[in-house]
Design a protein around this ligand. Structure first.
Ligand SMILES: C[S@@+](CC[C@H](N)C(=O)[O-])C[C@H]1O[C@@H](n2cnc3c(N)ncnc32)[C@H](O)[C@@H]1O
Ligand code: SF4
Length: 451
């Protein structure tokens, strides 16, 4: 039985576990699944389905050392323009496999840096997207924005096409931290982008921040947070910095010895959390904070919060179609990831082939595990009654998952009114707790730290 004195906490915080933006995580995708199912999964969609689109733009003018995203550097727009053409071609290939025309629930442009597109490229891309797909009711369109790489004309063009949510990368405003992570960005540059977005009518702004960065202390983090609060965002994503130089080579520019250790990371997260709660934000899941009336907070309160590759979402569409190099699609039957290298992706699309290359076919047991892990990550509970209704015939598996959680975490889980509830103090460890239900977790696997 586990007791949670200091040493045990330290060991658990040091655990390396998936972030569970999907189950199973993408490192379990295989070359024999997904790609070959993609056409059939697309054909199985009906007019009544809602779908969401994720478009990956894998280019940046600067390559920040801390960044673990799939991206590549470019000093000019030539490769970006060629890539936009490939994405438009891919849209044609995908739409041709769909016999139905389901409506769009969400469109998200992510990267890399989508705002590297100038106004004219943004217009070309969005015209192609909206020619092929029709926005549904409550459609939302969000874009990841690097304030140092976002022209006013491009931002206004995105807004003209209906961008109503923007996610602004900040990470940290402290100069010493910025220079240690290879990302310089002034408050003035950031404020300028915020002003343009608000003026263009974008109603919801998110800011991305990181804790666990080199030279961060409680004081520097609080200072950065106050600056962020001056920007009046509606949401804040506060991610733990994932130092995974074996996956993201540029992170080797960051001196490992300068990184806060597990206990310090935990304290940094707690300092930020207290400050944000005091400032009127509410907590959503493990790493998001939202103003009480914000869509994520409402989804949490109504039990509708979901998890996807971008983190938390209030999107209810079951199908997500990923476009562009390395983008992942999620269908009822499983996951399909496009060729990761831009060159391989472009070759496939130009040869009129769907770009899916690897993936995972979900069994009914995987689908149940995925839902249970999502519930834990979103609501810190396992709703056994709800699961039994959603997965008729899985009562035995749900009961055994319940037992496993209660037996493994007797100090942190309790059973009450048809739910397994994780104690408040167990929330920072939710990824470790969720891993109890993950049949793929083996000791010694390489993921990021649990907090
Ligand atoms: C595609 S990136 C940023 C978008 C845009 N290019 C920018 O720089 O503002 C999306 C977010 O991923 C998060 N991220 C990137 N690398 C990370 C890492 N190693 N650990 C945790 N979060 C990371 C950052 O918070 C970042 O804002
Ligand atoms: S943080 Fe943004 S700008 Fe920096 S490398 Fe990553 S995607 Fe590119």
């Amino acid at each position: 039985m586990l007791t949670h004195h200091q040493a045990d906490l330290q060991r658990l915080f040091d655990a390396r576990v998936p972030r569970y933006t999907s189950y199973p995580p993408a490192n379990h995708f295989s070359a024999t699944a997904g790609g070959e199912n993609q056409a059939a999964w697309l054909a199985s969609l009906s007019d009544d389905d809602a779908i969401s689109l994720y478009v990956h733009i894998p280019f940046c003018r600067r390559l920040c050392w801390f960044c673990a995203c799939r991206t590549q550097g470019t000093s000019n727009l030539r490769p970006v323009a060629a890539y936009v053409k490939d994405v438009l071609h891919e849209i044609g290939l995908v739409a041709a496999r769909m016999t139905a025309r389901p409506s769009l629930s969400r469109l998200h442009l992510g990267g890399g840096t989508p705002t590297i597109l100038d106004a004219s490229l943004a217009k070309t891309l969005l015209t192609g997207i909206f020619d092929a797909f029709d926005p549904g009711e409550d459609f939302e369109f969000s874009v990841e924005i690097d304030p140092t790489e976002a022209s006013e004309a491009a931002l206004r063009m995105l807004a003209e096409f209906g961008m109503n949510r923007a996610s602004i990368g900040v990470q940290d405003f402290e100069p010493a931290v910025q220079s240690a992570i290879g990302r310089e960005q002034s408050f003035a540059q950031t404020r300028r982008a915020v002003k343009i977005l608000r003026k263009a009518g974008v109603r919801s702004l998110n800011v991305d921040l990181l804790y666990g960065l080199p030279h961060q202390t409680d004081e520097t983090l609080a200072r950065s947070l106050h600056k962020v609060l001056d920007l009046a965002p509606d949401r804040i994503a506060l991610y733990g910095y994932a130092h995974v130089p074996w996956m993201s080579k540029r992170q080797s520019m960051i001196e490992a010895a300068t990184l806060p250790q597990a206990q310090q990371r935990f304290e940094l997260a707690e300092v930020a959390r207290a400050l944000l709660l005091q400032s009127g934000f509410t907590e959503v899941g493990i790493d998001h904070f939202a103003r009480p009336g914000d869509g994520l907070a409402l989804a949490r309160d109504a039990g509708r919060l979901r998890r996807n590759f971008q983190g938390y979402t209030d999107d209810t569409a079951e199908t997500l179609i990923g476009l562009g190099a390395s983008a992942i699609s999620r269908f009822a039957g499983g996951y399909c990831q496009n060729a990761a290298a831009t060159s391989a992706y472009s070759r496939m699309v130009r040869a009129d082939r769907l770009a899916g290359q690897r993936g995972f076919v979900l069994s009914s047991a995987d689908r149940l595990a995925a839902r249970m892990i999502e519930q834990l990550m979103c609501h810190f509970t396992l709703d056994t009654g709800g699961l039994e209704a959603e997965f008729p015939g899985a009562r035995g598996d749900i009961a055994s998952a319940t037992r496993r959680l209660l037996d493994t975490w007797p100090d942190l889980c309790r059973y009450e009114a048809g739910r397994v509830v994780i104690a408040r103090r167990g929330r920072p460890l939710i990824r470790v707790i969720a891993a109890t239900l993950d049949r793929f977790v083996t000791p010694g696997m390489s993921h990021s730290l649990a907090v």
